[in-house]
Design a protein around this ligand. Sequence first.
Ligand SMILES: *[C@@H]1O[C@H](CO)[C@@H](O)[C@H](O)[C@H]1NC(C)=O
Ligand SMILES: *[C@@H]1O[C@H](CO)[C@@H](O)[C@H](O)[C@H]1NC(C)=O
Ligand SMILES: *[C@@H]1O[C@H](CO)[C@@H](O)[C@H](O)[C@H]1NC(C)=O
Ligand SMILES: *[C@@H]1O[C@H](CO)[C@@H](O)[C@H](O)[C@H]1NC(C)=O
Ligand SMILES: *[C@@H]1O[C@H](CO)[C@@H](O)[C@H](O)[C@H]1NC(C)=O
Ligand SMILES: *[C@@H]1O[C@H](CO)[C@@H](O)[C@H](O)[C@H]1NC(C)=O
Ligand SMILES: *[C@@H]1O[C@H](CO)[C@@H](O)[C@H](O)[C@H]1NC(C)=O
Ligand SMILES: *[C@@H]1O[C@H](CO)[C@@H](O)[C@H](O)[C@H]1NC(C)=O
Length: 463
Amino acid sequence: MELGFVPLLILCFLVSISSAELAAKVGVNYGQLGNNLPSPSESVKLIQSLKAKRVKIYDANPKILKALRNTDLQVSMMVPNELINNISSNQTLADQWVHANVVPFYPETLIRYLLVGNEILSQPDKTIWINLVPAMRKIKAALKTHSITKVKVGTPLAMDVLESSFPPSNGTFRSDISASVIKPLLQFVNKTKSFFFVDVYTYFPWSSDPTNINLDYALFESKNITVKDPVSGLTYHNLFDQMVDALIFAMKRLGYPDIRIWIAETGWPSGGDYDQIGANIRNAATYNRNVVKKFNAKPPVGTPARPGSVLPSFLFALYNENTKPGPSTERNFGLLYPNGSNVYPIDLSGKTPESEYGPLPAATNNAPYKGPIWCMVAKGANRSAVASALSYACSQGNKTCDPIQPRGKCFKPDSLVWHASYAFSAYWAQFRKVGGSCYFGGLATQTIKDPSYGSCKFPGAKL
Ligand SMILES: *[C@@H]1O[C@H](CO)[C@@H](O)[C@H](O)[C@H]1NC(C)=O
Ligand SMILES: *[C@@H]1O[C@H](CO)[C@@H](O)[C@H](O)[C@H]1NC(C)=O
Ligand SMILES: *[C@@H]1O[C@H](CO)[C@@H](O)[C@H](O)[C@H]1NC(C)=O
Ligand SMILES: *[C@@H]1O[C@H](CO)[C@@H](O)[C@H](O)[C@H]1NC(C)=O
Ligand SMILES: *[C@@H]1O[C@H](CO)[C@@H](O)[C@H](O)[C@H]1NC(C)=O
Ligand SMILES: *[C@@H]1O[C@H](CO)[C@@H](O)[C@H](O)[C@H]1NC(C)=O
Ligand SMILES: *[C@@H]1O[C@H](CO)[C@@H](O)[C@H](O)[C@H]1NC(C)=O
Ligand SMILES: *[C@@H]1O[C@H](CO)[C@@H](O)[C@H](O)[C@H]1NC(C)=O
């Protein structure tokens, strides 16, 4: 024991020195799924105004890479998902991709991370899974061919790569990817001294189980809640650490206890639908300011399983992105509105003291909304798309649309928007509990104002 102690101490010292170089550099994810976003050069100025030190983009957009030239922002760029299959079996293609997308901007743009695909192991198309690591190897080799050695290769994954994450010491990768994809991935990351890039959102586990998980625990606000892992003996004070440690234990289980973690995305939505709990400005500001404080702490705090380790990170996201599909929260993760103004004040360097931020609006949706909620055609929705969505909604379930047939109680007023609103509400009231959503490709929106009229009663979703 004692003989081992001194080298271990030296090792820890060396590790903390080398990881110190990584410290205190919070970045931001610059997603572009909006039709109203500022130009790349304006965006770069906004990123700098947030005091971000790094930026991650989801593609290789040449306008953005150009706008980042000769700035001090470190850049993470991405090989699109669609190319992974072809690149995995074609070194020439990998070389060409790097030649066309990296070489023109390097080194003037501080490209440091080249991520291959986004959340590939959460994709339903499993054929791509097995090609992920081979594609990463080919991209790494292509960088080497072009004498680009400063760029690390990784791939950001979601927490659903774990089949078990509680208690954290029980963290285990899904059996359908563990041996076939994760093990070779860890081997690659280890050999190339890269990172395990992971998207960590406490919002999702909390919002799907708000009775058993405390909101303050998810927001880094709890002073007295602790969760003790009975196997490791480690004590947790927030949900974020618990999630990260589950990943650390899962990697350890596969024989890689020391792989460094990079938080590729984290954040909290500032708005959402009526049936989405806790998505508000107060919680978003609280979560993001607290996580920034943690990331910037000196000395680094790490997590219970890795105290003192640095967690490099990118917050999600720069903007509210209005063309992202899914529930409204997806379009409300931004630190900024598309017009460039703050959703709430935040300083990614962590240097602004809490007291300078000013008051936040009260949270009005931290408890579940009980309903009913109706699902209506959204303003300005494309009429021919609404017509198809109407027939889709009516084709689902049992007698969903009887009341809007001629002589039905909701036939009048005989208009497309009225009929479709009825159909959306009826569909959603039937299917919400089994995963149906009030979205219809952006054509629908929720309302808590009962649209029923005369003897026409709109079904409302109960929560
Ligand atoms: C992949 O390669 C095949 C065969 O060369 C080609 O037909 C296809 O367009 C390629 N896919 C992409 C996304 O480039
Ligand atoms: C590999 O990619 C190159 C460049 O796109 C292409 O010309 C070639 O046909 C591909 N090879 C195979 C076997 O698909
Ligand atoms: C640990 O994880 C396994 C699956 O990997 C699961 O079956 C088991 O229930 C978990 N144990 C606990 C105590 O949650
Ligand atoms: C923690 O403190 C809050 C506020 O003082 C209190 O309401 C809550 O019951 C406490 N929770 C526990 C687990 O002690
Ligand atoms: C890679 O694996 C070796 C052997 O297990 C280990 O000593 C080393 O710390 C690992 N490196 C990283 C960066 O994980
Ligand atoms: C920017 O957009 C937000 C949200 O739409 C709005 O509240 C704010 O007033 C706008 N700011 C400016 C300067 O136009
Ligand atoms: C409206 O939707 C239809 C398909 O449903 C599409 O073909 C058309 O381009 C859309 N029009 C506009 C203006 O987006
Ligand atoms: C429709 O009604 C029948 C008979 O009541 C029932 O067996 C079936 O499951 C229903 N289908 C749906 C989609 O609700």
